[in-house]
Design a protein around this ligand. Structure first.
Ligand SMILES: Nc1ncnc2c1ncn2[C@@H]1O[C@H](COP(=O)(O)OP(=O)(O)OP(=O)(O)O)[C@@H](O)[C@H]1O
Ligand SMILES: O=P(O)(O)OC[C@H]1O[C@H](OP(=O)(O)OP(=O)(O)O)[C@H](O)[C@@H]1O
Ligand SMILES: O=C(O)c1cccnc1
Length: 489
């Protein structure tokens, strides 16, 4: 069974428990209490030394439009059994809060708030699932793309993954995230239309198979397409594919723009070197060799080490599905809530695992940049009312291994958060995508190379201010005292 609705909305793109909690908050009169949630991940993906934030554009669209439609409410009534008074309340819910976020393309790290949501409790609660859904995937793919681009360096990388992506939304938004991470083009035409990403492509084996002959296929392709990249590995790359491509290019001369060839199977290092020799000997020294076939940063690094002659990389499955780590694991945690008397109180989630204990209270995250060398010393998480830019020097220490510390002076402290929504109104205009991509690249330039290497990078410091640390310890102690008191009763 599949139902379609003219007034479909994304408000139900949430977990049932969010609506159940909303019902309790509403029934207990807590729904309007101001709550503060933070969205962050705990561990960098792919063993990488940094991540690239993406997803804000869709988050803003989602929050701007947030509203239960009549068919949503009818479904909740009929299928879940919520009562009319609660449904009448849900009908009025919009997102009216404030959102602070890092911008898309920002280099980000573990345990720092990427978004801070300050809103009435129900609103902040209902949006959790969708926000995580969006940011988890897009940040993961932008990071994977950036990793790949760090290895490729100057050659062009094209995103070829739509056919292998986890359904259509993932292909479209994954492509956008991949572009933010540094890819130059996509084969997905709809992503090109929707986001202005350059589209690019060659042709498939099926075309050669359809004509049953490489010469016929290349000729026919060239008749209608001036820019030609011929796929040369359908039968035999060296004996048939490359010589046929050269023959067609020579015959058609200026009538076509012979961009080059694509290799999609076999030993890419060997074949690319052989093909390069053949193309050069035929006088096509400016032509490009495009390669594809289950590539990722590891294979590319290896191919480069073997001296493969590649000008352009087409990357599908392993990028768009984040093949080696399919989840970022970002979470959304309550850090403060208004109490009965109308003042904000911190909240904490305790865990046996020190790294999983949340850091309570409203916080900011600053990038501490050394004024002398322009490089980033680390990120510094403060309580909301601290102003590290006004300090002469900062003590930065590891949030778990506190003995690891350093003093920094002559620094700039750049607040990574921008207010993107104010009282429900979007107040931030996302820059055009090429600008976001350029920002991602400049943000990465702040990092020393040690944090950017793909294998065993140094751990970038994400430290707490003394005040933040003391506040966390005080909150832990308060919870412990309360538990002890209860146990003693
Ligand atoms: N020289 C190379 N060094 C390391 N890996 C390579 C090299 N050449 C190709 N690969 C990678 O090896 C993997 C498998 O290639 P393989 O040659 O086994 O199969 P294939 O050529 O794809 O076969 P098929 O004809 O079924 O497509 C791919 O991920 C490809 O990118
Ligand atoms: O290998 P990926 O990184 O996932 O990149 C996408 C792949 O999609 C195509 O293969 P496919 O076998 O689907 O079609 P084809 O017959 O056109 O080669 C293309 O040739 C690439 O190999
Ligand atoms: O244009 C191509 O060569 C292409 C596009 C999608 C997937 N594989 C290859």
């Amino acid at each position: 069974m599949r139902n379609t609705y003219a007034d479909d909305s994304l408000a139900l793109h949430t977990d049932l428990y969010q609506i159940n909690m909303t019902e309790s908050y509403w029934a207990d009169g807590m729904h309007e209490r101001k709550a503060v949630f933070e969205l962050f991940f705990r561990k960098l993906p792919f063993g990488n030394g940094y991540a690239v934030f993406a997803g804000l554009e869709r988050v803003l669209d989602y929050l701007r439009e947030f509203k239960f439609s009549e068919s949503d409410l009818a479904y909740l009534k009929e299928e879940v059994g919520y009562k009319d008074d609660f449904l009448d309340y849900l009908r009025t819910v919009r997102f009216t809060g404030d959102v602070y976020s890092v911008v898309e393309g920002e280099t980000v790290f573990q345990n720092e708030p990427l978004l801070r949501i300050e809103a009435p409790l129900v609103e902040a609660q209902l949006i959790e699932t969708a926000l995580l859904n969006i940011v988890n995937y897009q940040t993961l793919i932008a990071t994977k793309a950036s990793r790949i681009k760090q290895i490729v360096k100057k050659e062009r990388v094209m995103e070829f993954g739509t056919r292998r992506a986890q359904e259509m939304d993932a292909a479209i938004w994954g492509t956008r995230a991949a572009f933010i991470g540094g890819l130059e083009a996509t084969s997905n035409v709809r992503a090109g239309k929707k986001f202005g990403i350059p589209v690019a492509g060659t042709h498939a084996h099926s075309m050669v198979q359809a004509y049953k002959d490489e010469y016929e296929a290349f000729h026919s392709y060239a008749k209608r397409h001036k820019d030609c990249v011929f796929l040369v590995d359908t039968y035999d790359t060296i004996k048939s594919g490359v010589p046929t491509a050269i023959r067609v290019a020579k015959e058609l001369g200026d009538k076509i723009n012979f961009i080059g060839i694509r290799l999609d199977s076999g030993d890419i290092a060997f074949l690319s070197k052989e093909a390069r020799k053949m193309l050069d000997e035929a006088g096509f020294t400016d032509t490009e060799i495009v390669v594809s076939n289950d590539l990722d940063e590891y294979t590319i690094l290896n191919l480069k080490a073997q001296g493969a002659r590649v000008d352009s990389w087409g990357i599908g499955t392993k990028l768009i599905t984040a093949y080696d780590q399919p989840a970022l694991g970002a979470v959304y945690k309550l850090v403060a809530i208004e109490n009965d008397h109308g003042t904000m109180e911190d909240t904490i989630k305790i865990s046996g695992n020190a790294e999983k204990v949340t850091t309570p209270g409203l916080k900011n995250v600053y990038r501490i940049i050394d004024r002398e060398n322009g490089k980033s010393e680390g990120d510094y998480i403060t309580m909301h009312d601290e102003e590290p830019a006004k300090e002469d020097h900062l003590k930065m220490f590891h949030p778990v291994h506190t003995y690891v510390s350093k003093f920094v002076s002559n620094f700039e402290a750049v607040n990574l958060h921008q207010q993107v929504i104010k009282a429900g109104e979007v107040v931030y205009e996302n820059p055009p995508l090429p600008q976001i991509q350029a920002y991602a690249s400049s943000s990465l330039n702040l990092l020393w190379d040690e944090y950017k290497r793909s294998l065993n990078p140094e751990e970038y410091p994400v430290d707490l201010s003394q005040k933040c640390w003391d506040n966390k310890m005080r909150n832990i102690q308060e919870v412990k005292d309360a538990i002890q008191q209860m146990a003693g009763k």
